[in-house]
Each structure stands twice: as structure tokens, then as C-alpha cells.
Design a protein around this ligand. Structure first.
Ligand code: NAD
Ligand code: MG
Ligand code: MG
Ligand code: MG
Ligand code: MG
Length: 344
């Protein structure tokens, strides 16, 4: 256990598998997180039953992976720990389906805090409510586990009826491989609010807007769409890879001094105090529940504006240019591999 960076981080030695031994875990959902948690738990020797709708297309996949499959209600009835890994918008309805099967001392477990934090699920008394959230898409959670490596994750306790909620959550984090890499202690509130802010302001919303605005600025000034695509979208991966490996410093070290000086002098001109104020507004809407209300109402209405926004995003010129250029890459890459094979 270390807490040099304020947050407490747990590792393998802090987790005790005994807290899960003899217990059955129901994994509800077999998507990105669900398939990874279910298979990692099973490979760690935990009894797993996957809960899916009768008509779910994921049933075949879970069975093929050697797992027992039941309905969510049946799975919850068998389980001591119920891991809720269906989409966030579906979770409140699934909770209604299973809540009668949750017995005193059981654990209701999440990988994201949205529904608990914004009161869309009001968990009954007598059960533990915890979170183990890998900080990575499910396919990496599975791939890293199989490679004997870990995926960093978060752990949080919302309701501790047994007095063992954290120990049990850490045992779960260990069984899916997160404790190998480190599990950061947080709260449902902190996880939910930072996750929403990050994806809105930086990771998903901020980055796509930066890319589109940069692309449009170049094309509007008369440069070719192909050049604008390469410069503002394609090269982003190379920059992000460097940041991922070694932080901002490794990126600055790797680009030319001209790029470094230009970036250091112009970056804050683009993302300026105005952008910071907008970020603060976005954070406030996350904190005061306005974003959550909007998203819940949007779903209740059948997602009208979400559907429109998705369509508009798909029709952006950068998407057409990108499709054509990526097709050229694929051709070039195939050709290269063929040539490689031919040469001795
Ligand atoms: P997903 O969309 O990949 O998969 C959800 C699965 O739930 C589907 O594959 C299906 O098996 C089932 N399902 C879908 N609709 C259903 C319905 N109407 N009723 C019952 N079952 C249904 O979901 P995900 O991305 O794995 O997200 C699961 C949880 O994990 C969420 O709380 C999410 O916030 C969290 N999370 C996701 C990631 C990620 O990278 N994907 C990372 C961390 C946490
Ligand atoms: Mg996130
Ligand atoms: Mg998220
Ligand atoms: Mg360049
Ligand atoms: Mg340099």
C-alpha cells in the first residue's frame, strides 16, 4: 500500500483472495467489461455465472468461452456478488429485475458510479455496494490478464454492511488482475465526476473538437483536406503514444525543437482562459447533476438529439477524407507485408 500521491493505492499484497473463496459472482452483461471480468474471475478460480437476457446475442459468446449463462435474475439469485456490467442507461431497469434476489450480506458491484451517485439506483439496505473499475477498455483487461500483467483500476465503497466491503472489492480487483498494476482508492462521487469531466472536456469531447477545428481552419485557409487530415488527426496517435509512455516530457523531447517552441508558445493561446472557464462550466454541470438529468431525459425521450449529433459528426468532411486515406494505408500495408514475404 502506498499513498505518496495522496490517493491510497493497493497492490497484490493488500488483497486477500479468501474474501471471494467459496463465493459465486454474477456478471451481468457480456460486453466490453463483462466478458473480461467474467473470464478473468473464472481463470482466477472464482465461480462465475453470466446474467443475460434470453434473447441476448452475447449468450453464445459467453457459452463458447465456457461460462455458465442464466438470466440476470437467476444469476443474481445464485450469487454472493453481483457485478453490474450492462450499459449505464440500462442498469436501473436491470436493478429492478434483480433487487429481490439480493440477500443480506451480498455485494452489488459496479464499474462506474453514475447510477448510484445520481440516485438512479437506490440500493436496498443490508447489502454492500462497491466499485471496481478498470481504467481501460475490457479487451485490454482481458489481454493484460492473459499476459500475466495487470490493468490499473479504482476501488470504492458506497455502502458497507458486512464490514468487509473493501476487502471483498480488493479480492475482486485481484481476481480480474487489477491489483497486479495497482488499485487507486476513490469514492463513487469522485470516480463519477472525474470520469464524466474527463471524457467530456478532454478525452472524447475536447480532443474531437480540437481536431475538427484545426482541420477546418486549415481547409478554410485553402490547404488540402488530405494534408489537414494528416496534420490534425492522423499524427495525434504518435503524439498520444509518446505522452502515454513518458508523459508530456517524452513527447516534447521527441518532437523537433521547432515543434516544441511553437507548441509551448502557441498551445495556451488556443486553449486559453476562455477554454478554462468553459471547462469549469462543464465541470459544474457534472457536479450539480445538470448533465446527468439531461442525459437521463434524453434517454427517456428515445435519444432524439443524441441521434442527430451522432449523424452530424459522422457527416463531417474529415470522416470522408479519413475513410479514403485510411483505405490507402490498408492497401500500402498489405502490399508491404506481401513484399516482405517475397524478399528472402
Ligand atoms: P457494453 O456496452 O460494452 O456491454 C454491455 C453488455 O450488456 C452488452 O454486451 C450486453 O451483453 C448487455 N446488454 C446490453 N443491453 C442490455 C439490455 N437492454 N439489458 C440487459 N443487458 C444488456 O458495456 P461496457 O462498456 O462494458 O460498460 C459496462 C460498465 O462498465 C458501465 O458501467 C461502464 O461505465 C463501465 N466501464 C466501461 C469501460 C469501457 O471501457 N467500456 C471502462 C470502465 C468502466
Ligand atoms: Mg472513463
Ligand atoms: Mg465514462
Ligand atoms: Mg508536423
Ligand atoms: Mg525537442
Amino acid at each position: 500500500m502506498t499513498d505518496e500521491l495522496n490517493a491510497t493505492i493497493y497492490y497484490e499484497d493488500d488483497a486477500d483472495a479468501n474474501y471471494l473463496s467459496g463465493k459465486t459472482v454474477a456478471v451481468l452483461g457480456y460486453g466490453s467489461q463483462g466478458h473480461a471480468h467474467a473470464q478473468n474471475l473464472a481463470d482466477s478460480g472464482v465461480d462465475v455465472v453470466v446474467g443475460l437476457r434470453e434473447d441476448s446475442s452475447s449468450r453464445a459468446a459467453a457459452k463458447e468461452d465456457g461460462l455458465e449463462v442464466a438470466t440476470a435474475k437467476e444469476a443474481a439469485a445464485k450469487a454472493d456478488v453481483v457485478s453490474v456490467l450492462v450499459p449505464d442507461t440500462v442498469q436501473p431497469a436491470v436493478y429492478e429485475e434483480i433487487k429481490d434476489e439480493l440477500e443480506a450480506g451480498n455485494t452489488l458491484q459496479f464499474a462506474h458510479g453514475f447510477n448510484i451517485h445520481y440516485n438512479q439506483i437506490k440500493p436496498k439496505d443490508g447489502i454492500d455496494v462497491t466499485m471496481v473499475a478498470p481504467k481501460s477498455p475490457g479487451h485490454l483487461v482481458r489481454r493484460n490478464y492473459e499476459a500475466g500483467e495487470g490493468t490499473p483500476g479504482l476501488v470504492a465503497v458506497y455502502q458497507d454492511e458486512t464490514g468487509e466491503a473493501k476487502e471483498r472489492a480488493l479480492a475482486y480487483a485481484q481476481a480480474i488482475g487489477c491489483a497486479r498494476a495497482g488499485v487507486v482508492e476513490t469514492s463513487f462521487r469522485e470516480e463519477t465526476e472525474t470520469d464524466l469531466f474527463g471524457e467530456q472536456a478532454v478525452l472524447c469531447g475536447g480532443v474531437t473538437s480540437l481536431v475538427k477545428t484545426g482541420y477546418e481552419t486549415l481547409v478554410d485557409a485553402g490547404y488540402s483536406p488530405e494534408m489537414a487530415y494528416f496534420e490534425c488527426l492522423n499524427e495525434l496517435k504518435l503524439i498520444v503514444d509518446l505522452m502515454y509512455e513518458g508523459g508530456l516530457g517524452e513527447m516534447w523531447d521527441s518532437v523537433s525543437d521547432t515543434a516544441e517552441y511553437g507548441g509551448l508558445t502557441r498551445g495556451d493561446v488556443v486553449v486559453d482562459d476562455h477554454a478554462r472557464e468553459r471547462m469549469e462550466e462543464v465541470l459544474e454541470q457534472v457536479q450539480n447533476g445538470e448533465f446527468a438529468r439531461q442525459w437521463i431525459v434524453e434517454n427517456q425521450a428515445g435519444r432524439p438529439s443524441y441521434t442527430q449529433l451522432r449523424e452530424a459528426e459522422g457527416n463531417h468532411e474529415i470522416e470522408q477524407v479519413g475513410e479514403e486515406l485510411r483505405a490507402l494505408f490498408a492497401w500500402a500495408e498489405e502490399k508491404e507485408t506481401e513484399e516482405d514475404k517475397e524478399s528472402p
